[in-house]
Design a protein around this ligand. Structure first.
Ligand SMILES: [Zn+2]
Length: 121
């Protein structure tokens, strides 16, 4: 899978999970005792608790969608340089002019995507 596909796959996974979680947040009785604006945070810190609950509480469906956008846009912007020589490998990033391919920004985004996709960092 190429870097752009890895980023798109991770972004789609995040969006799909976030949409299901948002539906649950909007409809499941579990969340009803909490104020709507803070239900995600309150429900996770109360229900899960501890350090894991604190971490999960900041990763709301809205955050998941925002991270998905970062992953998608990083993949769309940071494209390899194109070369006219047949069989030539990319020489760097067209967007940020990093001489390495994948560039530093793309490598950082790929590290996130690969964790989401269940692969190696
Ligand atoms: Zn770049």
């Amino acid at each position: 899978m190429n870097p752009t596909d890895e980023l798109r796959t991770a972004a789609q996974t995040l969006m799909d999970l976030a949409d299901v979680a948002q539906t649950d947040l909007d409809t499941n009785d579990y969340w009803k005792p909490y104020p709507k604006a803070t239900a995600w945070r309150d429900g996770l810190t109360n229900g899960m608790g501890g350090a894991s609950g604190d971490l999960a509480a900041v990763f709301s469906p809205a955050v998941a969608h925002a991270l998905a956008k970062v992953l998608r846009e990083t993949g769309a912007l940071h494209t390899p340089t194109t070369c006219q020589h047949e069989g030539c490998m990319p020489h760097g990033c067209e967007w940020c002019a990093d001489e390495d391919w994948p560039c530093a920004d793309l490598r950082n985004a790929l590290a996130v995507a690969r964790q989401i996709n269940g692969g190696q960092p």
